[in-house]
Design a protein around this ligand. Structure first.
Ligand SMILES: NC(=O)c1ccc[n+]([C@@H]2O[C@H](COP(=O)([O-])OP(=O)(O)OC[C@H]3O[C@@H](n4cnc5c(N)ncnc54)[C@H](OP(=O)(O)O)[C@@H]3O)[C@@H](O)[C@H]2O)c1
Length: 259
């Protein structure tokens, strides 16, 4: 039986990934901070798919989070065939007004732990010449977002890292894919204190299960990156067509709009 490790599996896109892999017959390792929510997901997967699930509560905003998660996987003698590097959060506001520690925690989670986990599991996968990694970026991987400056920069890191490593891995049995969603109907905007913004309007959001399915298909096809939805794809092309400064100021206007 193949095994998938999904970070941020307690809600949103990560939870949808868990359901897809369970339906495909994988053993599923669920990781995030909330043990209670992970247990709920595990019970659902057991009931619906008879899926064998392992829960590993971990705080990936801690410096050592990725290493602790990797060591726990090893301690349980599990071999990870697929890593879904999905856990991530956003933030909203002028950089000079945001809480410094919260921003650093976000960077630790979105950038440092994502890269750390990838490095640790990649070694094992390359040694076996087999494996799949999916890193969750965003349409903001493609352009700068005023009022979400650290967040968009963290997602630019995810895409750049993925593209570089995908090139390094060419010709091996290991691949890495970036999933770059636009606005998706999860708790993301509420947690980032962006739920009053127009971009968080339910009508303009994609469903999390559809986003995860696009990611799963791209991962299995070993694509380097994928942007779910035509509108999001067009959005990601903006900096290639218009001057970057113009794209940045339009992005700010869009992010300032309230519902
Ligand atoms: N929703 C969107 O519009 C959107 C758009 C583009 C990209 N994304 C990306 O999609 C990914 C998933 O987000 P989502 O939309 O599904 O939001 P979500 O429903 O809020 O899910 C976030 C997940 O990350 C986990 N998490 C948060 N902080 C963590 C920490 N310190 N350590 C370990 N796990 C942590 C959460 O679980 P716990 O709270 O239990 O830790 C939760 O399972 C993120 O990387 C996000 O940046 C989302």
């Amino acid at each position: 039986m193949k095994t998938v490790l999904i970070t941020g599996a307690s809600s949103g896109i990560g939870k949808e990934f868990a359901e897809i892999f369970a339906s495909e017959g994988y053993q599923v390792i669920l990781a995030s901070r909330s043990e209670e929510k992970l247990n709920e997901v595990a019970s659902y997967l057991l009931e619906s798919y008879r899926t064998e699930t392992v829960i590993i509560p971990v705080d990936l905003a801690q410096y050592d989070g990725a290493r602790l998660l990797y060591e726990e996987v090893k301690r349980r003698s599990l071999e990870v065939d697929v890593l879904i590097n999905n856990a991530g959060i956003g933030s909203y506001g002028f950089l000079h007004k945001l809480d410094v520690q919260s921003e650093l925690d976000m960077l630790q989670l979105n950038v440092h732990s994502l890269s750390h986990l990838m490095m640790l599991f990649l070694r094992d996968m390359v040694a076996r010449n087999n494996g799949y990694i999916l890193n969750v970026g965003s349409t903001t991987s493609f352009y700068a977002c005023p009022l979400s400056a650290n967040y968009s920069a963290s997602k630019a890191f995810v895409l750049s890292l993925t593209e570089a490593v995908a090139n390094e891995l060419a010709g091996t049995g290991v691949s890495v894919t970036a999933l770059c969603p636009g606005g998706t109907g999860t708790a993301f905007f509420q947690k980032a204190k962006m739920d009053k913004q127009r971009v968080a309007k339910p009508k303009s959001l994609m469903q999390a299960n559809k986003v995860a399915r696009v990611g799963y298909n791209a991962l299995m096809q070993r694509k380097t990156f994928v942007i779910p939805g035509l509108q999001n794809w067009l959005l990601a092309q903006a900096p290639r067509i218009f001057p970057r400064k113009l794209t940045t100021s339009v992005t700010r206007k869009v992010l300032e709009q309230t519902q």
